[in-house]
Design a binder for this molecule. Structure first.
Ligand SMILES: [Zn+2]
Length: 334
């Protein structure tokens, strides 16, 4: 039979072959029918397990490939700069950048949101929303022929088991970690969501999310791209993987841990190219090369900002937790 090819996986292999500074690990091989695709992780930076770590993850939904492409373009630029930029190399000697650009390779290959088993990997974790207005998109157990199928939350899908083991093993030692998980398809503007999706309770480290939000607004006032908010402000779901990861991390560790979802607003692209509405898989992905480049460029400042925050060890240094919490409660939980 013909061997299937996924462009983003080839790009990962290319980076690993081309640059000595990047390390490739295969977290799992995901079988479907008679073939399998790898879930790859890439690591740049120090070998110190306690160093602050930025995790970048993408394509947990197979139709949202633009996230993988943003991560890979960002890494490639970074690796090119390590040849001459002493400041960058200095920074990378103090921190880790770990990415899993394609969590759901079968979804990418089959052009589906779900994985090869028809399971939505963002509804599959063993976590139950406490105020579900019943909607199909909140996650359901009816059929894997419908979108948002939860699968079996008590036996998570192989992709999620591999990714969670890998990230939690590292996050428990890293002084501070931020996870940026890239998605596309919701609404008309770019959003940054923090936990929770299953509950309207604030997370215990709300003050750290507020610091991240406020510092970005103050330091980069020209970037008014992002609506920064807890995910339940938009919708509540069952089985949210990052809510579950948040709980798992703090069950085993007290190091700083901030998972964030970057949701790229796809309707922006549709407005400029209404034909995308005709093809579901393209709805979540800008198709014209210049547009892909523009989307990649838009998010570079955010990625660099997260690196700066981690390298400056800002979370361990917070000395006004109470003030930050009060402001955050006023803004997001009135
Ligand atoms: Zn998504």
């Amino acid at each position: 039979m013909t061997k299937h090819i996924i462009r983003e996986l080839e790009h990962i292999e290319h980076l690993a072959n081309r640059y000595a500074d990047i390390e490739l690990t295969t977290l799992a091989n995901i079988k479907h029918k008679s073939q399998s695709f790898p879930v790859y992780a890439l690591h740049v930076g120090t070998q110190d397990p306690n160093a602050p770590t930025l995790f970048l993850t993408g394509s947990i939904h197979g139709v949202e490939r633009i996230g993988s492409q943003i991560i890979l373009a960002f890494l490639e630029n970074l690796l090119k700069r390590t040849a001459w930029d002493v400041y960058l190399n200095d920074r990378l000697s103090r921190m880790n950048i770990v990415s899993i650009p394609v969590i759901n390779p079968w979804g990418v290959h089959l052009k589906t949101r779900s994985n090869g088993n028809g399971v939505d990997l963002m509804r599959n974790a063993p976590i139950q929303a406490n105020n579900p207005k019943y909607q199909l998109y909140a996650g359901h157990a009816f059929s894997n022929k419908l979108p948002w199928f939860r699968g079996n939350p008590n036996q998570m899908e192989d992709e999620l088991i591999a990714v969670s083991n890998f990230i939690l093993e590292r996050s428990k030692n890293a002084r501070s970690s931020i996870v940026l998980d890239l998605h596309s398809g919701f609404g008309s503007r770019d959003r940054l969501w923090f936990p929770f999706a299953h509950s309207s309770q604030p997370p215990d480290n709300l003050h750290e999310y507020y610091l991240l939000y406020r510092l970005f607004r103050k330091s980069y006032p020209q970037y008014e791209l992002y609506q920064f908010e807890p995910q339940w402000h938009q919708y509540t779901t069952h089985g949210d993987f990052w809510d579950w990861m948040y709980q798992q991390h703090f069950a085993q560790s007290s190091t700083h841990f901030l998972p964030i979802t970057l949701e790229l607003g796809s309707w922006l692209w549709v407005k400029k190219n209404p034909w995308q509405l005709m093809r579901f898989s393209e709805l979540f992905h800008p198709t014209k090369p210049h547009r892909v480049k523009r989307v990649q460029r838009r998010h570079n400042p955010l990625l660099n900002y997260l690196i700066q925050v981690l390298d400056n060890d800002l979370f361990p240094k917070i000395d006004n937790e109470k003030e930050l919490t009060e402001k955050a409660l006023k803004l997001w939980y009135p």
